[in-house]
Design a protein around this ligand. Sequence first.
Ligand code: BTN
Length: 274
Amino acid sequence: MEFNRQKLESALEERRNNTNIFSSIYIFDTVSSTNTTAWELLKQGIKPGFAVIATTQTSGRGQWGRQWDSPKGGLYLSAALNSHLEVKHGYQLTLASAWGIAQELRNYGIFVEIKWPNDLVLDGYKLGGILTETKVKKALITQAVIGVGINWENSTPETGINLKTWQTNQNNLSLNNSSFVSLEELAAKIIQGIESGIHCLEQEGVDILLSRYVRLLANIGEKVYVNNNPGTIVGVNPSGSLHIRMESSNSESVTTPYIDLHPGTISLGYRKTS
Ligand code: BTN
C-alpha cells in the first residue's frame, strides 16, 4: 500500500490551471512529520510551491502540541508556500485551507463541515485536521507550511470517522454514487482544495473567504459559556477568532454584548449523531 505517484499525477491532471500553487510533489514512505520534511526542503533551498506526502509519520503533530497518530491508510500531506500576511492574520491560511478542502469534498457529495477553527467534520465526527506553521520576519509571515491529515482507511479514535468506510456505507444505502477510489485521488483533491482556498484569500480577500467559511461552519448558532456566562457563536473574525454574542440579563449593562475568542482559548465539542 505505497503511495502511487502515477495515480496522483493523473488525478492532478484535472486540476484547474489558473489556481495551481503547488507544482512539485515529494513523496516519502515514512517521515517523522511531513511538516518537518517540508521545512527541511525549504532550508535546502527548494522554492515554496510544493507539497510533501508520506505513507506514515512517526511523530505527526496536531494542534496545541498534540500528537497526530499516523498509521498507514491515512493521508499525511503538507504544502509549502510563500506568504506576505501579517502575523496577526496568520490564521487566515488555516481558514482558507479548511474552507477550500471542505468545499472541494462537498463538490463530490461529501458534505464536510468545519469545526472551528481547523477541523474537518463529517456527520459530526472528525474526518481530518489542519496544522499551519509559519516562518516570520519583522511581524510578517514569509513562508508557511500547511499540514493536512485526513482519515482515509485508517482506524480512528471514537470521535473520528474515515472516508472510505463512510463512502461504502453511503453507496450501500444508495445515497451517493460519486466516490473517491484511491488515496491518491483524495490527495489530489486535497491539494486542489488548499489551492482554491489560498486563491480565494489572495484574489477575493478575507471578507469573501470568511463569508464562505462561516457558511460551512458547524458551530454557528451553538451555545457556549465564557466565564460561566452564556453566549451564541455568530461568526469568525479576520484574525480567526470566534465571534460570540453574549446573553446579557442586565439591561443596564453598557459593556459590548460581543466577545472575540482567539483559537486555543475555548474548545468546542464534536456533535456526534449516533
Ligand atoms: C489537528 O490537530 O487537527 C491537526 C492535525 C494535522 C495533522 C497533519 S498530518 C500532515 C501534517 N504533518 C504533521 O505532523 N501534522 C500535519
